[in-house]
Design a binder for this molecule. Sequence first.
Ligand SMILES: NC(=O)c1ccc[n+]([C@@H]2O[C@H](COP(=O)([O-])OP(=O)(O)OC[C@H]3O[C@@H](n4cnc5c(N)ncnc54)[C@H](OP(=O)(O)O)[C@@H]3O)[C@@H](O)[C@H]2O)c1
Length: 352
Amino acid sequence: MSPARSASVAVLGATGLVGREMIRRLERRGFPIGRLLPLASRRDGRSVRYSGESIPVEAATPERLADVDLVLSSAGGEVSRALLPDAAARGAICVDNTSAFRLRPDVPLVVPEVNGHRLDGLRIGGEGAIVANPNCSTIQLVLAVAPLHERATVRRIVVSTYQSISGAGARAVESFREASRDHLDDASADSGSDALAFDVRPDIGGVAADGDSVEERKMILETPKILDAEVAVDATCVRVPVVRGHAESVWIETAEPLSPEEARATLSRAPGVRLADGGSGAVTPRGVEGTDPVHVGRIRGSRVAGRALQLWVVADNLLKGAALNAVQIAERIVGVAPEGREIDVATERCVG
Ligand SMILES: NC(=O)c1ccc[n+]([C@@H]2O[C@H](COP(=O)([O-])OP(=O)(O)OC[C@H]3O[C@@H](n4cnc5c(N)ncnc54)[C@H](OP(=O)(O)O)[C@@H]3O)[C@@H](O)[C@H]2O)c1
C-alpha cells in the first residue's frame, strides 16, 4: 500500500445521482484531492460545490482525462467503454460504477470489506487500471452474506429484491414523481408502465431469452466472482415505487450448520454491516436513507432446508450500493483506509 498523497480526481457523471454522492463522500471523508474535475455530457454553465468552492462542470473527453490520477466513473456503460481503457492506458486508476467491465477476468470486482485484497498492488502513480464497482443489489447482498460464508460456507442463495427508482437514475426519479402526482389526481391517468407509479416491475433492464432479466443476470454472475465461484445464485429483481434504498429478501443454504443466533453474533462483528434491532428488526429503505452500512434484520431459520437461513437486507443504493463503495475503493488505493481499518458508521471517518 502506497502512502497517501493528494490525487487529481475526475468524477465522470458528476451531475448524476451517483456522481453527486461521490463528490459529497469525497469531501465528507476528507479524501486527499489535489484537483477535482467534474465531468458530464456537456459544458453548459453547471457547477458542483466542493470544499466551499464552485467548480465548473466540463464535457467528458479523452483529453480531459489525459493527466488525472483517478477517475470515478458513473456516466453509463457506453461512456465508460469509450473513455476508461484509454485513461487507464495513460496511467489513471479508473473506478467504474457501470456494468461495462465487471465480468472481465482481468478487472477486479471489489467490495472492500469482502475482497479488498484484490486492490493490492494498485497505486497512484503506478500502472493504470480499471476496477469495477459491483451492481448495487450485489454489493449489499455480498456484504451481508460474506461473513456467514466465512463462518459456515454458503452454497446456495435465493434472493428477491425490492429496488428503488433512484437505481435507474435522475430522470427516472423525476418521471416517477410526476406519474405519482398524476395518478393521485386521476387514477385512470396513463403515465406509462415505466414510470412505476403505484406498481412494481419484475423485469429490470428487460428479460432475456433464458428468462432472467438483465439485473438478475448481474447478481447471478457478479456474486460468485466476488464471494466464491462455487456459490449458486437465483435472483428475482423487482423495481418498487420507493425513491431511494434497496431491500432484499435473502435465503441462504450453508454447508455447515449455522443457527440464527450464530448468524447474528457473526454479523454483529462484520465490518460495514449493522444489525437492525439485534437481527429481529424490520428495517426499511426510508429508515436507512443517507446511512453508510448495510442493515440486516429478520434473521430466521428455514422450514425448507435444515442448514438454511432467511435474512432481510437493506441499504442506500446510492451510497454503499454505488458512491460510498467507489470512494472506499479509491481510499484503499490512495492509502487512506489501510487494511484492517473500518469506517466508523457514526462519524463516517476511518477509525482504528
Ligand atoms: N443509481 C444507482 O443506484 C446506481 C448504483 C450502481 C451503479 N449505477 C450506475 O452508475 C451510472 C450512473 O447512474 P446515475 O443513477 O447516477 O445516473 P444519472 O442520474 O442518470 O446520471 C448520469 C450521469 O452521466 C452523465 N452522462 C450521460 N451521458 C454522458 C456522456 N455521453 N458523456 C459524459 N457524461 C454523460 C450525465 O451528465 P448530464 O447531466 O450532462 O446528462 C450524468 O452526470 C449508471 O451506469 C448506473 O448503472 C447506478
